[in-house]
Design a protein around this ligand. Sequence first.
Ligand SMILES: *Cc1c(COP(=O)(O)O)cnc(C)c1O
Length: 470
Amino acid sequence: MDLDRFSKEAHGLVDWMTEYLRTIETRPVRAQTAPGTIESQLPPSPPQQAEDFQAILDDFERIVMPGITHWQHPRFFAYFPANSSPPSVLAEMLTAAVASQCMLWQTSPAATEMETRVLDWLAQMLGLGAGWHGVIQDSASSATLVAVLVARERATGWRADDEGLGNCPPLAVYTSAEAHSSVEKAVRIAGLGRKALRLVPTDADFAMRPDALEALIRADLEAGIEPACIVATLGTTGTGGIDPLAAIGEIAKRHGIYLHIDAAWAGSALLLLETRWMIDGIEHADSFVTNPHKWLGVNFDCSAHYVRKPDELIRTLTVNPAYLTGQETGRVIDYRDWGIPLGRRFRALKLWLVIRSYGLEGLQAMLRRHIALTDELASWIAAEPSFELTSKPSLALLSFRYRPQGLDDAALDELNTRLVEKINDDGRIYLTQTRVRGRVAIRFSIGQTTTERHHVEVGWAVVREIAGTL
Ligand SMILES: *Cc1c(COP(=O)(O)O)cnc(C)c1O
């Protein structure tokens, strides 16, 4: 494709994107395709000759778009948001055009230096306090894996990195029973084994119980097991539980245990002074992760990972082959040493564009709107006798279930599972299920950039309408 054609097609695609976003509400939120539908329309072998670009675009519309679930739809209430915004999309276009590999300072000094500065901005916006060093990872899962690796090395005096785990004492990692699956994955990938993971019981608000944490640590110490890492969560996935950092941090400090905070979703709410209480006690934490790619209008992927001691991170991960060293090695930041992959996209650019385009106040207004809408929705649910809240609103997440009279819990589980399936087949909204204290519940998560009150009203009306047909 020559650049004249590129220019023509690019302008056409910008028009397509604009129209897509303008009319997104006319599409079903969740893709309505059966497994295999898309693959069966794609030829089994690649073309030998060049194809016309317009024909490819036509296939994109005809074959691909029906198989897309529209995450930027304002009636997307499933999972957690992975919201985006026009400035972020424009930044992704620039990133794609420049197409730099930002693994070393030298391979694009601007990418490295902007990453450092814009993560400092974000730390200020989040109120994290002084003494943090930030890096952008592809996902919170990666940040948590890296945290567990550093904790493992700290606990073994960097022997595991050197000799493997064979000669090291058994280690334990603690997280709440409501924590994200990425914690177990990290423990397994780090070679500690699933049995090294302790799931700490939670309290009535789905938050980790510090007394139970302390008891598990003591039992491990008595058994000759080394407590290596605590992963606290702000905003658990099922119910939005917020672990008490001050009490957990005190325990971590007393026993000398590495403390990582997973605030993948809820961290964005730290932009609001009224929810800053969540990080009371953060001074005891060793690392912290939040995903601007969830709730801050920044396209996936952009996970902000902060550490107190970058030298520990670098010591755990660095490998220095001759072909990756330059004359400034050691004097500048080479972010390749701060994470798992070598290659890195220029991800700071979209964070920079979003923060500058909306300002702190614009982003705060979006977060406040989502939280207020969630509180309002909770009041509508509470007022409906055949529904119950299964967890109170936590920021912009709540869960509920349909509970008509006279059914036992097993029947209600079955009913609510069918309800969520019917809602998603309908297509006007998209919700996902979870289990709360063992029972099936439906999560309602509000966080799309363009979601307004009338979208939530439609959402609640659809739930009641479809429940009425069961
Ligand atoms: C979404 C989420 C994750 C995983 O985030 P990725 O960036 O997709 O890896 C981890 N922990 C919590 C609490 C989450 O909400």
